[in-house]
Design a protein around this ligand. Structure first.
Ligand code: FAD
Length: 495
């Protein structure tokens, strides 16, 4: 029997990152900036990076900064608006901008290849929602981070902000919107590729494509043995640290790792569809991301929005998403993914979530029954003059929402969650939202939890401060915010 010599240096890496999407590539860049000598390996099962959720056509490309997404500022039972999540996401996005500004200054990435600046708008209709939006605006606008948010109920002004959305709308309809000019559309697929190209040039990163991780085991106290499958057969690599950045596939790998923490989790896949328009007459007339309010029971990722997109230099409009259901965890996954993930530990929490989220189940069934006419009806709430011939249906990326076992039973979580082994040798990223926009902050959390000694070492602190001058500082400090934005504004002004 062949016994690999694990001391052979080409089989050993300082870190093995599974999945070639935005998360692994962000972590790889951070690790390289902090530890330039480290040998890194990214393993990707498809024949190119960023073909799953990180592909531009598979996500909405919104630079989530909580400017326009109403699901980050829920109305509470006492009638107040909770803005805590919005503050957290805004801060995380500033950190992403700061990171890109630093890499741009170093000549490692070119923002013109992945970033466009455009207004981000929230829009609502009818008295209860207008009153909610006003409260949200008042709360946020009082803070330095949202001081440039504008409010309007004036038909003429709203028509200037979003002509297509206002065209054909009944004058006198109660309508309100907020606008933030400093918004972004991001091609996360191009960004992922730019990160990987910059790393490959350094020789620090090896990228294995068309290679699937089929198993991983803790082989002794120091190493993970990671089993790979490609067209030539099965092989192994070794590393003291593994990151499961496999998107929807992370839960499956987490379960394979058999760390005790894995038993707390189950997954619930939600697929999506967009209506897409590439008619240049229409795309030129709409220059914004316009987010509405989710229907009752809708999961946060189903907040309807009409977006200007730039993908590979081509401009388009995107509306949706419409939710769907498949049992796959990845777009290119297997219909057995969901069933294979069910085990003794997570079956009961899954059932509890099903019973406690009846609105969500009802919503998903209703979405599954939608036909073309009904999808157009939803679009017409945003674009009253929309014409079916201008729009085509396109399948979006797959998300796996987390179901977590807690003392209160199974809970459905809509955000992302970093799961780490007790010894810090493995980290996994589960969940989907706000996702790619906040990858830098999420990966810093991975480093904080798994590379804690290094993170507090003088060398890493110095490099982190050079890369992210605001790192570890209080973003509520107005002076710091202004200073940080000055730097990232120079990035945005490049557009
Ligand atoms: C419909 C939709 C809309 C979204 N809109 C936005 C948005 O507007 N803004 C935003 O910031 N975020 C958005 N997101 C979220 C964002 O797309 C994700 O958070 C992000 O792309 C996740 O990146 P990732 O690297 O974790 O996963 P992915 O990009 O899915 O990459 C995971 C990779 O792992 C590979 N893989 C899986 N299993 C294995 C294995 N066993 N071995 C080797 N490779 C493996 C896969 O092939 C894949 O390439 C959206 C997501 C969806 C689905």
């Amino acid at each position: 029997m062949y016994v690999p010599d694990i001391n052979r240096s080409e089989l050993r890496y300082e870190a093995v990152l599974i999945g070639g999407g935005i998360m692994s590539s962000t972590l790889a860049v951070l690790l390289h900036e902090l530890e330039p000598e480290a040998r890194l390996l990214i393993v990707e099962r498809l024949d190119a990076p960023a073909l799953e959720s990180s592909a531009a056509v598979n996500n909405a490309g919104t630079g989530h900064a909580a400017n326009c997404e109403l699901n980050y500022t829920p109305l509470q039972g006492d009638g107040t608006v909770n803005i805590l999540k919005a503050l957290e996401i805004n801060k995380a996005f500033e950190q992403s901008l700061e990171f890109w500004a630093s890499l741009t200054e170093k000549g490692k990435i070119n923002p013109q290849k992945f970033l466009n600046v455009l207004p981000q708008i929230s829009i609502v209709w009818g008295e209860p929602d207008v009153s909610y939006l006003r409260k949200r605006y008042q709360e946020l606008n009082a803070l330095p981070a949202f001081a440039d948010m504008e409010w309007s109920t004036d038909f003429g002004e709203l028509a200037e902000w979003m002509p297509l959305v206002m065209e054909g709308r009944a004058f006198g309809q109660q309508i309100a919107a907020t606008r933030t000019l400093r918004g972004t559309d991001i091609d996360f697929g191009s960004l992922t590729k730019a990160y990987l190209q910059s790393l490959e040039k350094t020789g620090a990163l090896e990228l294995k494509l068309s290679t699937e991780v089929i198993d991983l085991q803790r082989d002794d106290k120091r190493s993970w043995k990671i089993e790979l499958k490609d067209e030539y057969g099965i092989s192994e690599v070794y590393s003291p640290f593994v990151f499961l950045g496999a998107g929807g596939g992370s839960l499956t790998l987490l379960q394979k790792s058999e760390i005790p923490e894995a038993s707390q989790y189950a997954g619930f896949p939600v697929s999506g569809q967009w209506l897409v328009c590439s008619d240049s007459e229409l795309t030129e007339k709409h220059n914004a991301k316009v987010y509405g309010k989710a229907k009752v029971g809708a999961p946060p990722m189903s907040v309807p929005h009409l977006d200007s997109r730039w993908i590979d230099g081509e401009r388009s409009l995107l509306f949706g998403p419409f939710a769907g259901f498949t049992t796959k965890f990845l777009k290119e996954g297997s219909g057995m993914d969901l069933f294979r993930s069910i085990n003794k530990a997570n079956f009961a929490p899954m059932m509890q979530v099903g019973m406690n989220n009846f609105d969500l189940v009802k919503y998903l069934f209703a979405q599954l029954r939608l036909d073309d006419d009904e999808r157009m009806k939803s679009l017409k709430e945003f674009l009253p003059r929309a014409n079916q011939k201008d729009w085509t249906l396109s399948v979006a990326g797959q998300r796996v929402q987390i179901i977590k076992r807690t003392n209160q039973g199974g809970v459905l979580q809509m955000g992302t969650e970093v799961v780490t082994s007790a010894d810090g040798s493995l980290a996994a990223l589960l969940g989907a939202s706000p996702g790619a926009s906040t990858a830098v902050t999420i990966m810093l959390e991975v480093l904080q939890r798994c590379w804690a000694d290094k993170m507090s070492s003088d060398g890493w602190i110095k490099r982190l401060r050079a890369l992210l001058p605001s790192f570890g500082k209080d973003f509520n400090d107005e002076v710091l915010l202004i200073e940080t934005r000055k730097r990232s504004n120079s990035l945005l002004n490049l557009m």
